[in-house]
Design a protein around this ligand. Structure first.
Ligand code: MOS
Length: 739
């Protein structure tokens, strides 16, 4: 069946109206009768032991219903880990499990009251005494990393090749601690009914959340119902449950009342994950004409005292560029900070900042064009596995992007391009992200009112999953998108994918397509068997459904009958079909990645020491695009985030108590509208044949990978200053000869 024009068209986000009118219900918006409010008390020390918790003042305050802490709460159980699916938790240590404090902002108590204001007031009156130890907040304070090297990879002899290389780069590249901080803060409303609990959540995985909470609360799976219809995004911070969900459930069970817990903005900087700082030592060896002969990529990142989180920054290094000798290794270091968590483009995003920055340093050394050095080292196949790429059109990304940004007008000299008072700089970065398609179930219902409904226990963190599901049903049934209802964000639906790793679209699309085809098959069968149907007695295999009308194959749809008429004739409210699809077995024979190129133009005005981004151009090779508007939206937003990584974002910790000092949006800088330049996004829109019928690959994360190195190269081109520790700061540029 040919793919129709609705796929990849500019369909308007189907949940858009609900969002802009305020009708969409986020986690805390669900109107729950009798709900009471839990406000966390968080540690004000970075390391130590709780010597005592004095709630005597707080518990007598008006409206206070209870104070939970390690001495009076529980029970909570460990997750099954490898024994059961859907048991991934963010912070391995259960909340309130003992009197130990591992980081500033760790929950030490929860005050529940009848109003939010009363709970907040009472929480401020809980006195916690600590036996305090000096916290570790810098990797330089730790003499030994934890355990042996991880992610070790080697081909050829990278050390020897580096030693004997004609040209060498040896540099340290540092990416900052970044926090996810989505607009919608983490929150949970827990409602018990007997031994069953409903959790109104904001989660990137309702199915995993259900599994984890059942295990932690000691309940059979069906006793936990997770509802998360809309999200104010997550960026990876909401992949897996955090303690606030457990606190809400535990308090609601103890008090016999529905309890709502919201993570305040200040704790969004410590208690719900972050992208850890990376320190990357990179050595490149090359020939005099810029062909890589050696890549050595060694990375250290801090993790918390309670989880071993490794930022997989060397993950793309073995496959990205062509090079016979490659070596990678990673280490983690324990600090008194909250546990890190995957943040949009984890691994590849900081890793490609390091690798592409080192490559640019090589280009500078060789007086080579940054685009040319990337083309010179273009990998035609995956040299880490020897496998062919399923579909790689990165060369076209470079070419189209170069044309759109006007790369041919780039003059190589530092400070050689001007526009009025501004010195211009141009840089390019490469984007790469692994492509994957997993297993999912979906259900499609065709109703006698002429509408279709598609349902799966996946969720839409703002990426467009509602719209993608509707587009696929529209493609198969021929119904307009307006007559299709997408239903998701509910753990009681057929299990669907996580919204993570940029795998959701590629995973849910085949399941929705298969369920649609099955549901259509039921309607054709009905047409062949129902009294009054013009096709009664006709072999269903000779029928088809086009534009929502059942007709004989080879005849026009107008000659047929609308599917809802057939359902009405049969006195059926609806026909519904469910399908389950998995990965494509052929995937294992290929190296599967999404690719792209970012071009950044900056303007540096030395007279007023102002750096700004003037334009970005991004070209994406992401397979077939299913929903053009939501895909473009993903890339636009990710590029803005990449500029944030390059120019603004950095969380930093007080040495005395490990407090994230800039734990608010006044001090933690993110790009604002005034920082967002002209952005252009181009999709190659070439289907990946190994991904299956539609050939769509993921798109949620790759837009961030490669932005920061393109930016720092543009900054160098304008100012002559190489920034190897993000974010770029004006003071680093002030001393440049072009200041
Ligand atoms: Mo993504 S960091 O897997 O939400």
């Amino acid at each position: 069946m040919a793919i129709s024009a609705v796929v990849g068209s500019a369909v308007t986000r189907v949940d858009g109206k609900l969002k802009v009118t305020g009708a969409a219900q986020y986690a805390v918006d669900h109107p729950i009768e009798g709900v009471v409010f839990g406000v966390p008390v968080a540690s004000t020390v970075g390391s130590g032991t709780i010597a005592g918790i004095d709630g005597s003042v707080a518990e007598k305050m008006p409206g206070v219903l209870g104070i939970l802490h390690h001495g009076n709460s529980g029970p909570l159980y460990r997750t099954a880990g490898g024994f059961e699916p859907n048991s991934i938790v963010s912070e391995g240590r259960l909340p309130f499990s003992d009197n130990k404090v591992y980081y500033y902002g760790q929950y030490v108590a929860l005050v529940v009251a009848d109003t939010f204001e009363r709970a907040l007031d009472a929480a401020a009156h809980v006195k916690v005494n600590y036996e305090t130890k000096k916290p570790l907040t810098r990797m330089s304070e730790v003499t030994k990393p934890l355990g042996p090297a991880h992610r070790k990879y080697e081909r050829g002899d990278a050390e020897a090749a580096f030693q004997s290389a004609a040209v060498k780069v040896d540099g340290v590249y540092v990416t900052p601690t970044e926090t996810h901080n989505p607009m919608e803060m983490h929150a949970t409303i827990a409602v018990w009914n007997g031994d069953k609990v409903t959790l109104y959540e904001t989660t990137q995985g309702v199915v995993n959340h259900q599994g984890v909470m059942a295990q932690v609360l000691g309940l059979p799976l069906e006793n936990v119902h997770v509802i998360s219809p809309f999200m104010g995004s997550g960026f990876g911070g909401k992949l897996f449950p955090w303690p606030q969900s457990m606190l809400a459930a535990m308090a609601a069970r103890k008090l016999g009342r529905p309890v709502k817990v919201t993570v305040p903005r200040s704790l969004m900087f410590s208690a719900v994950g972050h992208r850890p700082l990376t320190e990357q030592h990179i050595r490149l060896g090359a020939t005099k004409d810029g062909k890589l002969t050696s890549i050595i990529h060694e990375v250290k990142n801090p993790t918390s005292m309670v989880d071993d989180f490794m930022e997989g920054a060397t993950g793309s290094t073995p496959t990205m560029y062509s090079c016979p000798n490659v070596k990678t290794a990673q280490w983690i270091v324990r600090l008194n900070i909250g546990s890190p968590m995957a943040m949009r483009g984890p691994g590849a995003c900081p890793g490609m900042y390091g690798l592409d920055s080192a490559l640019d340093d090589l280009a500078i050394k060789l007086n080579m064009d940054p685009l040319q050095i990337r083309l010179k080292n273009y990998a035609e196949k995956d040299e880490s596995s020897g496998k062919p790429y399923s579909s790689k059109h990165l060369r076209e990304c470079y070419e189209k992007g170069a044309a759109a940004i006007g790369w041919d007008k780039r003059t190589p000299g530092v400070g050689s391009m001007r526009d009025g008072n501004e010195i211009l700089g141009l840089g390019v970065g490469t984007a790469i992200w692994g492509a994957y398609r997993g297993g999912a179930q979906a259900r499609v219902r065709l109703s006698a009112d002429g509408r279709a409904r598609v349902a799966s226990a996946t969720q839409d963190l703002g990426t467009g999953t509602y719209t993608v599901m509707a587009v696929i049903v529209a493609d198969k049934t021929g119904l307009p998108v307006e007559r299709i209802d997408s239903v998701l964000g509910d753990s009681s639906l057929p299990p669907g994918p996580m919204s993570g790793g940029s795998t959701c679209t590629a995973t849910i699309v085949p399941a929705v397509a298969a369920a649609s085809v099955k549901a259509i098959g039921l309607v054709l069968d009905l047409a062949s068997k129902t009294d009054g149907s013009p096709y009664k007695g006709v072999d269903a295999k000779t029928l088809a459904m086009t534009g929502g009308r059942v007709h004989k194959q080879g005849e026009s749809p107008e000659s047929g009958v609308a599917f809802e008429k057939l359902l009405q004739m049969g006195n059926l409210a609806a026909l519904e079909a469910e399908a389950e699809t998995g990965g494509n077995p052929d995937m294992r024979n290929y190296s599967m990645h999404t690719f792209g190129a970012h071009f950044v133009e900056v303007g540096w005005d030395p007279g007023i020491a102002r750096l700004r981004v003037r334009k970005t151009v991004t070209v994406m090779d992401a397979g077939r695009i299913i929903s053009e508007k939501s895909a473009r939206n993903q890339i636009l937003g990710a590029v803005v985030m990449g500029l944030g990584m390059g120019m603004f974002e950095e969380a930093y910790y007080d040495k005395r108590n490990a407090k994230p000092l800039n734990n608010n949006f006044a001090d933690y800088m993110v790009p604002t509208n005034a920082d967002i330049p002209e952005q252009e996004v181009i999709f190659l829109d070439i289907p990946d044949p190994v991904m299956g019928e539609y050939g769509a690959r993921g798109i949620g994360e790759i837009g961030l990978v490669g932005v920061a190195p393109a930016l720092t190269m543009a900054v160098y081109h304008a100012t002559g200053v190489r920034v190897r520790k993000l974010p770029v700061r004006i003071e680093q540029l002030m001393g440049s000869k072009n200041s």
